[in-house]
Design a protein around this ligand. Structure first.
Ligand SMILES: Nc1nc2c(ncn2[C@@H]2O[C@H](COP(=O)(O)OP(=O)(O)OP(=O)(O)O)[C@@H](O)[C@H]2O)c(=O)[nH]1
Ligand SMILES: [Mg+2]
Length: 591
């Protein structure tokens, strides 16, 4: 039986025993740096692995990310907990709930981490019953309200086995992370190995990556090939979501301008980075009144956005109101200093520009936002809808088609946390409800589509009425009339028309029932042309003779369309019977 893979990260206040606990659980000391040893504190992320056996005998393999608790290194902590399955939340019995215990809890909540096991560490030093009650109180209204609390001591070994058991039981009830075909590895470490080249590590999410796969490093847009993949030092063919993953990218440099923490390894087809995002910002009601973290977030202020393992400064523009206070949420636009690649539904954390305080979390609602549209009625409707349920595929598809009228089915919501299948299913459902129309490569909002087809039909009918002598409408003329930019949409409109009473020949489209005829005002002109051409049948006047007058032009077009007159070249026209006679005379002569 192969093991199921998960990733755990520690969380909790400085010095509460996170690293000691990781060592006790795994035998691996996650603190590697000399500076960490000297100061006896974690600075950088540390890594270990833990093999567990679930109560039903199932094997579980968990990658462990050990984060720093010190307030100066919250940035590293956020980078460590981005794509995890479960938090090992550590509170020391002698200290109880402290400042970074609280801040880390808020960060986990903002990032939607759903599971935790709480280690009540240093149980040899404090009153575990009192601190257990304190923790229960603190967690009462959170997703971790029912998470197990396990007293542990690395000195007496109390609770270590119990903790392993609780972790195994949690994982036994959990699904491994979804593979929806959109792999993303947020890079948390980069190093050079002599003879091997650049190696990056991270926690993979969203999809799998195999050896020899072509990937792209964003937002640098550098193409690369994965030469080898490892999970905790073991070579593997393929990494799956939720696995700690190391990759050798020999073509990519790791120097100052090369790949760095915060970069993203993904696939080429998932789009390009963007710099303006419309988002929902949410502030925890737990922020302590009068604390610096609780200060209002003012419209126009600069914030640090922690997304994946990256941190980027952005200016925040609020949709309405001058500021967002604790416990409030708001629709806002984030304008980044440099672009990032994020999906609809992605979570992020906001810290203030001093980098001292975690002030909010948020969800990406539209990664293709722009300044001009932010306050448009169509955009605000989309944002308000998505803000209620950003993980609902139906709602995301519907809101986009309502705003844009149409989209290419294949690329619709490509940058989202929905699988292509889920988007396809949402499209079918909405079509079955009559909300949208699926035609060719296009998905269109029903009213937009019907209006477009009605306008197209109306335009062609008007041309038939005003110019009965014309065979039909030039398709390019129709495209201009309908103001359609997208070639795919236009092709789909034309084929829809041809299935509904219209016919296309060459570059003309017309009602199948349309029979061109000369209107009274062109009859005289047509007669004049016929007369002029039959007067000197084999040496007809230059075509230009008929181009000074609009009636002549229209009548001539009609006679050519009717094949009464043949266009030999742009200058020469002949009556059809004269042309045929000429042809047979020449043929006879030649034979
Ligand atoms: N008595 C006692 N001391 C402990 C226990 N666990 C850790 N310690 C001590 O607490 C100190 C801090 O432990 P660490 O594991 O480095 O704490 P940490 O939470 O990783 O600290 P940061 O990573 O810097 O946030 C060390 O001196 C440990 O020896 C325990 O169970 N009992
Ligand atoms: Mg530590």
């Amino acid at each position: 039986m192969t093991a199921r893979h998960f990733t755990i990260a520690t969380a909790g206040h400085v010095d509460h025993g996170k690293s000691a606990l990781v060592k006790a659980l795994t035998g691996i000391d996650p603190d590697r740096l000399p500076e960490e040893k000297a100061r006896q504190i974690t600075i950088e992320l540390g890594f270990a692995e833990l093999n567990l056996t679930a109560p039903n005998g199932e094997k579980i393999h968990a990658g462990v990310v050990d984060v720093p608790g010190h307030e100066d290194f919250v940035r590293n902590m956020i980078a460590g907990v981005g794509s995890i399955d479960l938090a090992l939340f550590v509170v020391a019995a002698d200290d109880g709930w402290m400042q970074q215990t609280e801040e880390h809890l808020q960060i986990l909540t903002y990032l939607c981490v759903q599971r935790a096991v709480i280690a009540l560490a240093k149980s040899d030093l404090g009153r575990t019953d009192i601190v257990t009650e304190q923790i229960r109180n603190q967690l009462r209204d959170t997703v971790f309200a029912r998470s197990p609390i396990v007293p542990t001591s690395v000195h007496t070994s109390e609770g270590i086995e119990n903790l392993k058991g609780k972790l195994a039981s949690e994982f036994a009830t959990m699904q491994t992370q979804r593979d929806f075909g959109k792999p993303r590895l947020f890079v948390d470490r980069v190093f050079m190995l002599r003879g091997i080249g650049t190696v990056v590590t991270g926690t993979l999410s969203g999809g799998s990556i195999r050896r020899d796969q072509d990937v792209v490093v964003q937002p640098r847009n550098i193409s690369a090939r994965v030469r080898s993949i490892q999970n905790h030092g073991r070579d593997i063919e393929m990494a799956h979501p939720g696995m700690r993953t190391g990759m050798n990218l020999p073509d990519v440099s790791s120097g100052e301008n090369g790949i760095q923490r915060g970069d993203l390894i993904t696939t080429e087809d998932l789009g390009s980075p963007t710099a303006i995002f419309d988002v929902l910002v949410e502030r925890s009601p737990r922020l302590k009144r009068n604390s610096p973290a609780a200060r209002p977030i003012k419209n126009g202020s600069t914030v640090q956005v922690h997304f994946g393992t990256s941190r980027t400064a952005a200016k925040i523009t609020l949709f309405d109101g001058p500021a967002v206070g604790p416990g409030q949420s708001a629709i806002a636009q984030l304008r980044f200093d440099s672009p990032i690649l994020a999906f609809v539904g992605d979570r992020f954390v906001l810290r203030d520009s001093s980098e001292q305080n975690t002030i909010a979390g948020g969800t990406v609602l539209d990664p293709d936002a722009n300044r001009a549209n932010f306050r448009s009625a169509a955009q605000i409707q989309l944002l308000k809808e998505r803000a209620t349920e950003p993980d609902d595929a139906n709602l995301c598809v519907r809101s986009q088609l309502r705003r844009d009228g149409f989209a290419e089915s294949k690329t619709l919501l490509m940058r989202s946390n929905f699988a292509a299948d889920e988007i396809g299913e949402a499209l079918s459902r909405l079509r079955d409800h009559g909300e949208i129309v699926l035609a060719g490569d296009i998905a269109a909002h029903a009213s937009y589509w019907h209006d477009l087809i009605k306008r197209a039909a109306g335009f062609i009918d008007r041309v038939h009425e005003n110019n009965p002598e014309r065979r039909g409408v030039d398709v390019s003329e129709l495209r201009i009339e309908l103001e359609i930019q997208s070639q795919k949409l236009f092709t789909t409109v034309i084929s829809e028309l041809t299935r509904n009473g219209f016919a296309r020949s060459d570059n003309q489209i017309a009602r199948v029932s349309h029979r061109p005829s000369l209107p009274p005002e062109l009859v005289a002109a047509a007669e004049n042309i016929r007369a002029a051409l039959s007067a000197i049948r084999f040496d007809p006047p230059d075509r230009k003779t008929f181009s000074q007058d609009r009636h002549f032009q229209q009548a001539l077009r009609f006679l050519i369309d009717q094949r009464e007159i043949v266009e030999i070249s742009s200058e020469i026209i002949l009556l059809r019977d004269a042309a045929e006679e000429m042809q047979s005379t020449i043929a006879e002569f030649l034979s």
